[in-house]
Write a protein that binds this ligand. Structure first.
Ligand code: SAM
Length: 292
């Protein structure tokens, strides 16, 4: 089978099967061999790797993955793509195609059963409508993971990689950086896809930290503090936390904690690093009268 990264080959396959794109599934297929090469190189796929691909489409990237990895599992929600994948991947015996919704699957169990619990690599040109739930789901469910190398909306990639004090910095940056080192490895324009998306895209590599980068007493509590701090971006941090009805922390307690950290009372959440959010949540947890 000739590479599907060449637009003419993709068009031929789509016509043969009379395939109709489904917008609701975020279907934008890659038609650029340079971008495919870049993704594979960035993911550093080796013969011994077990790779999970989310949304193989017609199998364009899957073919590349099968050439480099030991095993590939490709999970595709659209049943109309399954017969196409059977044809485009027929040359490979190291791939398993599963017709399912990735958000409903237990990836941890797959890693345990199929890869002996060893860390897997995730590679995908993600459906943009569920980028965040997919990535956060993989991290939060503690799937054994080495890395996630994915195409996402450029704006989302920038948020994941951004530093404190920038306008892109927010709860997503902190959540991703708590679990992984984030690096944008390529910017990809709309003309590399069929059909063209309305937004620019980027490939981001998230390399899972081996050890947690910060020491926190209660991970869930820290993330609640983070979310409350960014819910009302233009408010000061102490107001954001104090006004959040679901948090057992008063504005006065938040102010006291900031003072103990030597931070100004007027500071906003967007200025705090992950280390500072960890310290803040640890102080609030220990604080007398706190019901956290
Ligand atoms: N990997 C292909 C490529 O690069 O050409 C297709 C990428 S396309 C952006 C996203 C793919 O994810 C589509 O094939 C779509 O049907 C599939 N998809 C969408 N939602 C999904 C879900 N919840 N679970 C699994 N696959 C999904």
């Amino acid at each position: 089978m000739a590479t599907l990264g060449i637009p003419q080959n993709t068009i031929e396959v789509l016509q043969k099967y009379k395939f109709r794109f489904q917008k609701k599934y975020g279907q934008n297929f890659l038609i650029d061999t340079h971008v495919l090469d870049k993704i594979i190189r960035a993911a550093n796929i080796k013969e011994e790797d077990f790779v999970l691909e989310i949304g193989p489409g017609i199998g364009t990237m899957t073919q590349y993955l099968c050439e480099h990895a030991g095993h590939v599992m490709a999970v595709e929600i659209d049943a109309n793509l399954i017969p196409i994948l059977q044809e485009t991947l027929e040359a490979y015996d190291n791939v398993m195609v599963v017709n399912d919704d990735i958000l409903k699957m237990d990836i941890g169990q797959i890693a345990r059963e199929r890869n002996g619990g060893k860390p897997i690599k995730v590679v995908a040109n993600l459906p943009y409508y569920i980028t965040t739930p997919i990535i956060m789901g993989l991290f939060e469910s503690h799937v054994p993971l080495e890395s996630i190398t994915v195409m996402v909306q450029r704006e989302v990639a920038e948020r994941m990689q951004s530093e404190p004090g920038t306008k892109e910095y927010g709860a997503l940056s902190l959540a991703v950086q708590y679990y992984a080192r984030a690096e944008i490895v390529a910017n990809v324009p709309p003309n590399c896809f069929m059909p063209r998306p309305n937004v620019g895209s980027a490939v981001i590599r998230l390399t899972r930290h081996r050890d947690n980068p910060v020491k926190i007493a209660d991970e869930g509590f820290m993330f609640r503090i983070i979310r409350a701090s960014f819910n009302q971006r233009r408010k000061t941090l102490q107001n954001g936390i104090g006004n959040d009805g679901s948090l057992p922390v008063t504005k006065e307690q938040a102010a006291k904690a900031l003072e103990r950290m030597g931070l100004p009372a007027t500071i906003r959440g967007e200025k705090l690093s992950l280390e500072e959010f960890a310290e803040l949540s640890n102080i609030l947890l220990r604080m007398e009268g706190s019901h956290a």
